[in-house]
Each structure stands twice: as C-alpha cells, then as structure tokens.
Design a protein around this ligand. Structure first.
Ligand code: PLP
Length: 449
C-alpha cells in the first residue's frame, strides 16, 4: 500500500500515515478499502449537513456556470446580499451587517481590525489591545494566534506573536479560582474587570471569547450569567464584545447562535465552518450596524479585505444551507440528538475511572480523559492518550476530533464530538459503543496500558 508521508503533499501530521478517504455520504466517510468512518466531529464542526448533499452540489454547479467570481472592491452580487440578509434576520439583536471572509482565522483578523478602526473613528485612538482567555483558540494566522490562549499551538511562534492580555478560562470542572458551582461568584467574569484595570481600559479595544469552547477544551461553557456580567463590564469601559462562533454558530448549539442561549447580544460574531457545511470555504463577521456609520464619518472604507471574501460560490451555498436547516427542522434535531448523545455518554461512562467530564450544548460536546477521576489528575502527556484514543476510535470506524493541553498547554486529553445535524438515534448509539470499545482497548481496567 502506498505511503503518503513522502508524497508531494505537505501533510499536517508528518509522522503518522493518513487514511486516504475516497468518498463520503451522509454521516460517513469511506476509505479506499470501503471501510466506513462515522464522522462524529463533522471534520471540525464543519460538515453540518453531512456529506454528499446533492442539492448543495447542484447549487455549486449552477452558480459556477452563471457567476463564479467578481472582485469585492467594486462589485457586489445578489448571492452575497441574500446570504447577508438571511444571516441578519437570524442574528442577535443589533447585528445588522455582515462582513464576509474566507474562513475563521480571517474572521478573527477582520473583527479585531474593525474594532480598532471603529475606536479610532470614535476618537478613542489609544484603544488597541484585545483581551482574550487562556485555553482558547481563535485561528492560526499570527494575529489570531496571538489571541489564542491554547499555549501548545503557540509554540514555537511565541516571539512572533504580539502579546495580548489573557484572562482566566471558564471551567466549572477545573475552576481556576478553586470554586465549586455553589460558591462561584463569577470570578472568571470579574477577571475581565481586574485585567482591564491593570491594562487601562483606555488601551483596550475588545474582548474575544467562544460562547461554547471548541477544539481547545470542547463543550466548555459558563453559566449564562457570565455573559451578562461580561456585557456589563464591556459596556462600562467601552470594550467591544466579540463572540467567536466559528464552531458554535450556524445552528450547532441548537439555536442559530450560541449567544442566543444567553440572552446577551455581542457587538460582533465571528463565524466560518458550518456556514457552508463544508461544501466550499467561507467565513463572516456579523457586526453592529452603527459601526458602518462610525467608519463613514472618517475613512469611508474598512481598510481590510481578502480576494475570496464573500465569493458568490460560497455565498450561494451558505444561503441554501440556511434554507435546508429550516426546511428539514434541523435545529430541533440538533437539540434532540445533542441531548440524547450527552445523556448516553454520561450514562455509559458515569463510573469510568478515566472519564473526567462530559459537557457541551447542542451538538458541540467534549469528553475529558483523566488518569484519576477523583483527583482529576491528567495523564502524563508522554502517554499521548489523546491520539491513542482517537486511533482506537478510528479502528472502530469512528472519527472524533482529538485534542489536549487544555490544562497548561501540554497536559489534558480530550476529544470533541460535533456530528452532522442530520445524525439519528442509531448513529448516536454507534458513537457511544465505538467509544466504549476504544476506551476499553487503550485503558483496560481503567489504567494506562
Ligand atoms: C473557535 C475558532 N475560531 C477560529 C478558528 C479558525 O478558523 P479557520 O480554521 O477557518 O481559520 C477555529 C478553527 O478551528 C475555531 O475553532
């Protein structure tokens, strides 16, 4: 069998042979031998409508035939306008404009640059820093990585990253303030104000955070009061609140936007991934309409743009993705299947000595594996439990998104589950059974093999 490690492709994982995927259908990927893999992470919260959707394939074909591209500096297309209008109609209050990008990292870059330009336009020219949270991920480009508190991903680029203030992550399982839910006084939200005081609010432009954390600590989300307190602090010091919904948006939480569970409207939402369900690349930033007026007073333009931002092919797909989600009642299915998957995982692993916590909302869930359930002690990083688990799952025909380092950049093993919105009860059970077998294989008797 051919090895792809030494092929012309610069692979992401240089040390482990990748699986050659040949085709995909519904919730399954198929390799050359015909072995199927249940795509229980939708790639990375991308393929929300599953694979091989003919309606979306036809949209792409028709769009490519009629109008494939027009440069956004001088042109707009009806596909871009239609998608923006549909997104605004489903957005939290006040978000009435959509700025398109080609992906999530670009959306982060655009959001923080817009925050800066808005403050400059308002005469608050010293506002330039962006506060972020530890154990977070906002993208791979240098600007977005500088805002990402997942320390493992920052190495070895640290000297190239512009330092930005970081506050505590929200974690009821591993509270950075040593609190229990009953003694919690939202110290993690108060940390924003503390940090603002030391940085000087006049120097801070924005705060960025994921309402439901994705790959850096999947499924982690604070109580909704957290966001009310964060909103108050941002308003008080004129800090723009950016919700990164690259993973949690576009229906994955069971509502269009995870922030809609909290009753709090951010000033911007960044998104990508599920916006086009994996059929073509696209990202977006939903922003308050008043920012347009702010910029009009001074620059007349947003000094930022990318060649493929909001291309008609991707926008035509994005628009149909919204139609399909509504026509097929998929937000309801996300809620029902999300609850079922969470319940079945909790029932199955409630006594497992190496399953620390299972959490999440809708179909964005995470499982943390620990060496000792009682003390929450992580496995030694050198055991590489995260990849041993994900490969044992692949052997069982199950694809999960593995990750780790949520404790300190190195320690902590987890897996993200984010199956397509079209998943049914049978596939939910298939996930649970495959995980059970895989865990039994790598941790027989509940200790490292
Ligand atoms: C929360 C979050 N923000 C931003 C990004 C970056 O998106 P992209 O990979 O499309 O650049 C990701 C990617 O995983 C993400 O999970």
């Amino acid at each position: 069998m051919r090895s792809y490690l030494d092929s012309a492709v610069f692979l992401r994982d240089l040390g482990r042979e990748p699986i050659l995927i040949d085709r995909a259908e519904g919730v399954y990927l198929f390799d050359r031998s015909g072995k199927r893999y249940l795509d229980a992470a939708s790639g990375a919260a991308v393929t929300s409508l599953g694979h091989g959707n003919l309606e979306l394939a036809e949209v792409l074909f028709e769009q490519a035939r009629r109008l494939n591209y027009a440069h956004p500096s001088k042109f707009v297309t009806s596909e871009v306008v239609e998608l923006a209008e549909k997104m605004v109609a489903r957005a939290p209050k006040g978000l009435t404009r959509v700025l398109f990008t080609s992906g999530g990292s670009e959306a982060t870059e655009a959001a923080v640059k817009l925050a800066r330009q808005v403050h400059v336009a308002r005469g608050e020219t010293s506002k330039n820093k962006v506060i972020t949270r530890r154990s977070s991920y906002h993208g791979a480009t240098l600007g977005a990585l500088a805002l990402s508190g997942q320390m493992g991903r920052r190495q070895p680029f640290v000297p190239m990253l512009m330092p930005q203030p970081m506050i505590a992550p929200t974690s009821c399982y591993r509270c950075p303030f040593g609190k229990e839910p009953r003694s919690c006084a939202l110290e993690c939200a108060e940390d924003l104000e503390t940090t603002l005081m030391s940085e000087g609010p006049e120097n801070v432009a924005a705060f960025i955070a994921e309402p439901i954390v994705g790959s850096s600590s999947p499924g982690r989300h604070p109580p909704d009061e957290y966001w009310r307190r964060i909103r108050e602090i941002c308003d008080r010091y004129r800090i723009l609140l950016i919700a990164d919904e690259v993973m949690s948006g576009n229906g994955r939480s069971g509502k269009w936007w995870a922030m809609q569970h909290t009753g709090v409207s951010p000033d911007m939402i960044t998104t990508a991934k599920g916006i086009v369900a994996g059929y073509t690349p696209l990202g977006a930033v939903l922003v308050k309409g008043e920012f347009v007026e702010d910029l009009r007073k001074t620059d007349e333009s947003f000094r930022h743009g990318h060649t493929y931002s909001g291309n008609p092919l991707s926008c035509a797909v994005g628009s149909r993705v919204i139609d399909i989600i509504e026509r097929e009642g998929l937000l309801d299915n996300v809620c029902r299947m999300g609850e079922l998957l969470l319940r079945r995982l909790r029932e199955t692993f409630c006594d497992h000595p190496n399953v620390g916590v299972i959490r999440g909302r809708g179909l964005l869930l995470g499982v943390e594996l620990v060496a000792d359930r009682a003390s929450k002690q992580p496995f030694p990083a050198k055991l590489d439990i995260r990849s041993r688990f994900s490969h044992a799952c692949l052997d069982q025909g199950l694809y999960l998104y593995q990750g780790g380092g949520h404790i300190d950049g190195t320690n902590g093993d987890h897996a993200m589950l984010a199956p397509p919105f079209i998943i049914d009860e049978t596939s939910v059970e298939e996930i649970v059974v495959a995980m059970q077998i895989a865990l039994g294989e790598i941790l027989p008797g509940g200790v490292p093999a």
